[in-house]
Design a protein around this ligand. Structure first.
Ligand code: GN1
Ligand code: MG
Length: 370
């Protein structure tokens, strides 16, 4: 048994997982935490769980992360139950340790948590299936609705200024000034490309600061892989990865989802001629998202949804570029220049969105039908 498996088994024991341990698999799609699926044999069947080691470089106060998650999942569970259906497959269920905590620290300081695997569910990093994209839109729209009356002040700000696009640009400037690993010179064109987008990309944040756009409870990491679908029907079941649930703008949840769901490529595509926002995918997501909202958005929010896609795509690209310049400390990479590839791809995608902004907003308007 290797060290990883010994740790996994210790975590399973602390969460009192029952049955005979069979094996584990590493799930590798996230850039931050380390995620495993573990399999137990019990009552003649295989039961599986998701256990994660939370990245405490990124989440400096992981206990607060779990407090937020417990509050939000309980709130959504109560909302679903109130409609008379079981919430079993429609919201995450985190396990408690034998001490009644939602987390455990191992001896090496690692912070671990465990949640039930949702039966017969699947997720996708990227898909061309418009039905799935529409369903992912519904999932995030529903999340908004479920939390529309959640007391925002009860949430910890687990990563301050997470979608503060202005500060993200400042962090890029600092990384350029420091040039810690000597990479600045070779990427000047990419830096200039992002600078040219700064004014537009920071607009939603500035509108929030000016009080035009309201803060709501948002998910803040709405990529396609953060939705679970029923394996057979492909209807959405639940959103996952609630680490960054915090006050935010609806335009950010919409926009960050579009960044992935409506893209023609993966996040790190190197052939930039392939990179574009696909308006059919965009429309499918928008249709799903807006269909759940029951007119809860203000007119200003509706009018800035498409702009949110530009803000989130540019911001994410700025973060990849900053991390590249800092020597790849934040996002997990699978090959040496992956953060640069991600940054270039996001620059191309943002530029395409800028060209199509009016059309993207018209599509939103059509579904919002004010
Ligand atoms: C990170 O780890 P993951 O894949 O859930 C990041 C998001 C980025 C995303 C880019 C806490 O999310 O903000 O948009 O990578 N999460 C954090 O794929 O920084
Ligand atoms: Mg995440």
């Amino acid at each position: 048994m290797n060290k990883e498996e010994i740790q996994i088994l210790e975590v399973c024991k602390r969460f009192n997982l029952q049955g005979e341990y069979r094996n584990y698999e590493v799930l590798n799609s996230g850039h931050i935490n380390t995620t495993y699926q573990v399999f137990f044999f019990r009552d003649g069947d295989i039961k599986d769980y998701i256990i994660q080691r939370v990245n405490t470089y990124v989440f400096r106060n992981p206990i607060e992360v779990m407090e937020n998650i417990a509050l939000v999942t309980e709130y959504i569970r109560a909302k679903i139950k109130a409609t008379g259906v079981t919430a079993k497959r429609n919201v995450l269920h985190y396990s408690q340790t034998t001490d009644g905590e939602y987390y455990t620290f191992l001896d090496d300081g690692g912070f671990w948590r465990c949640c039930r695997y949702i039966d017969d569910s699947v997720s996708f990093t990227q898909t061309d299936d418009l039905k799935l994209i529409e369903e992912s839109g519904k999932a995030f729209g529903k999340f908004q609705v479920h939390l529309s009356d959640f007391p925002v002040k009860d949430l910890h700000i687990v990563i301050p200024h997470f979608h503060n696009t202005i500060k993200r640009y400042e962090a890029l400037d600092a990384a350029i000034a420091e040039n810690a690993v000597g990479r600045v010179e070779a990427v000047q064109e990419v830096i200039d490309g992002y600078k040219a987008l700064e004014e537009l990309a920071t607009k939603p944040y500035r509108l929030q600061r000016a009080g035009v756009l309201p803060l709501r409870v948002t998910h803040n990491d709405t990529k396609t892989s953060n939705v679970l679908f029923d394996a057979k029907t492909h209807e959405y079941l639940s959103v996952i990865d609630l680490d960054t649930v915090m006050p935010g703008l609806v335009a950010f949840d919409f926009g960050d989802a579009i960044r992935v769901a409506a893209s023609t490529v993966d996040e790190d595509e190197e052939d930039l001629s392939k990179v574009a926002v696909d308006l059919e995918k965009y429309e499918a997501f928008t249709r799903g998202f807006v269909s759940q909202l029951d007119g809860m958005l203000t007119e200003d929010e509706e009018k800035t949804l498409a702009l949110g896609a530009i803000a989130m795509t540019a911001e994410c690209g700025v973060r990849f570029l900053t991390d590249y310049l800092n020597g790849d400390k934040y996002f997990r990479i699978h090959y040496p220049d992956q953060n640069l590839a991600r940054a270039k791809c996001h620059l191309a995608l943002t530029r395409d969105m800028v060209k199509k902004l009016d059309e993207m907003q018209r599509i939103v308007d059509r579904y919002c039908k004010r």
